[in-house]
Design a protein around this ligand. Structure first.
Ligand SMILES: *Cc1c(COP(=O)(O)O)cnc(C)c1O
Length: 465
């Protein structure tokens, strides 16, 4: 005899099987009339794939909850359409950065100048002279404009633009020190973020790393001792970028390194991280190492990012002696990490601002750094009046792995809401990124394009209304 429970179980299974049988097949669904429109918009392969997933989910629901009813045909089509819309949404979107962090790696680092945006738009839709010389009708050199302009601004002999600064470092190591040893101070074995660690990069490049000195103190004698007892292919100096050591510290200057490099005929490579052509100390910040300084101190190669304080698109720039740059240019890896035409267009337009002495006025990163605090206060007051907020003094940061702990005085708009974390999340859905401080929503207009102030006001009013 079967127990009552067993009988009941069998009954449910039969019922459930019956419900499952009522679910249409993938083929039946996708060849229905309503699905035809979806097929036109999204294509058959994706429609099939999503239909399969939705049916599988429905089947699991029926089994899990012992359902005696299968979803209607219209329900299924709606679910498929919603999923198709979600799956084909492009999540890369412009946003309003109201965090006051000027170089935010998660938010795309440097926004570009109008001129850079325009040149990128011009180049993107047509054929172009990326590797073509109009005079001779022959093949031209990719990157020639950006490389010439960076030489003009810095006085460098030669330059090479690659995909980013991480790629620049790997290319330098591979081309100049593969299966050889390089020397680097223990204080410079940094992690940049996103898993980019100098010691790992050196190892991955097939280069043996000889660590010198200690975390806080490395002397020129430490370098000399290593050079005398090892065959050193190059000396790498990496800017600390995103951290500070204070207290009992010392490190040789680039000039001192160059002098022993000369003496022993060893190239000095200076990774200065954020390449700045403008002195940050003019704006009440610590002096960030400048491209020109490294070059005039005699570094053989200097590499830096184009999308940090330079204010351009993502790229890595290497400048220095022609003999080394031409070795890099010829290396097979150079082809794999070359910069793209849109990047080179944006970079050339950005560099032209430096040539024309208009970088601070035209490049967004420098507009934000140099922004008058009274201007921010005035904008903050207008916004605060519109959204029932308060203007409070606060601090903006530079970010982007440069000037750690450094801030610029600013004026914030703070608004009190019931649930700050929920409110910031809703603001994010409206593409506005804010901060929370002391349970208040904080808006720093320093990093907001002035014509977006109004959007912030209307969005917040709509949401709190
Ligand atoms: C940021 C940084 C890098 C990495 O540059 P990307 O352009 O992000 O690849 C490398 N070295 C230093 C010292 C940096 O600050």
């Amino acid at each position: 005899m079967k127990s009552a429970n067993e009988v009941y179980g069998i009954l449910i299974i039969t019922m459930t099987n019956e419900t499952l049988r009522k679910l249409p097949s993938v083929n039946k669904l996708i060849h229905s009339k309503t699905a035809k429109d979806l097929q036109k918009t999204f294509g058959l392969p994706l429609l099939k794939q999503i239909t399969r997933i939705i049916l599988e989910e429905e089947r699991n629901q029926i089994l899990k909850n012992n359902l005696d009813q299968s979803p209607s045909y219209i329900d299924l089509i709606n679910k498929i359409e919603n999923r198709l819309n979600r799956e084909t949404e492009i999540s890369l979107n412009p946003i309003i950065n109201a965090t006051g962090v000027i170089l935010h790696t998660n938010l795309g680092r440097a926004p570009l100048s109008t001129e850079a945006q325009n040149l990128i738009a011009d180049i993107s839709g047509s054929y172009n002279t990326i590797e073509f010389d109009l005079d001779s009708g022959q093949r031209g050199q990719r990157g020639k404009d950006a490389e010439r302009l960076i030489c003009q601004v810095t006085g460098s002999e030669d330059a090479l633009v690659v995909n980013n600064n991480a790629a620049a470092i790997i290319l330098i190591l591979k081309a100049l020190a593969f299966q050889k040893s390089i020397a680097i101070s223990r204080g410079q074995l940094i992690e940049i973020g996103g898993g980019f660690r100098i010691p790992d990069v050196i190892k991955e490049s097939g280069v043996q790393m000889i660590e010198i000195g200690t975390t806080n103190r490395t002397h020129i004698d430490d370098y000399l001792n290593v050079i005398k007892t090892n065959n050193i292919a190059l000396i790498l100096r990496a800017h600390h970028s995103n951290y500070n050591i204070i207290g009992f510290t010392t490190e040789p200057t680039i000039k001192q390194l160059v002098s022993i490099g000369h003496q022993y005929n060893i190239p000095i490579v200076d990774d200065i991280g954020s390449g700045t052509l403008i002195d940050t100390s003019n704006f009440g910040l610590t002096h960030e190492p400048m491209i020109q300084e490294s070059l005039s101190a005699g570094a053989n190669l200097v590499c830096f990012s184009a999308d940090k304080l330079l204010g351009g698109p993502q790229a890595g720039i290497i400048i220095g002696n022609t003999n080394y740059i031409s070795i890099l240019r010829k290396h097979p890896l150079a082809r794999a990490i070359r910069a793209d035409k849109l990047c080179l267009a944006g970079l050339s337009a950005t560099l032209l601002h430096y040539i024309k002495n208009e970088a601070i006025e035209k490049i967004p990163v420098w507009q934000m750094i140099s922004m008058n605090v009274e201007t921010i206060q005035r904008r903050a007051k207008i916004l605060a009046d519109q959204i029932d907020g308060k203007v409070v003094a606060g601090l903006s940061t530079i970010g982007g792995g440069s000037l750690p702990g450094e801030t610029l005085p600013t004026f914030l708009v703070s608004i009190a809401v019931n649930s700050p974390s929920q409110f910031t999340q809703i603001l994010r859905q409206h593409k506005i990124i804010t901060r929370i401080k002391d349970d208040q929503i904080i808006i720093d207009l320093r990093t907001v394009q002035p014509n977006d102030d109004k959007t912030i006001a209307t969005t917040i009013n709509k949401l709190s209304g």
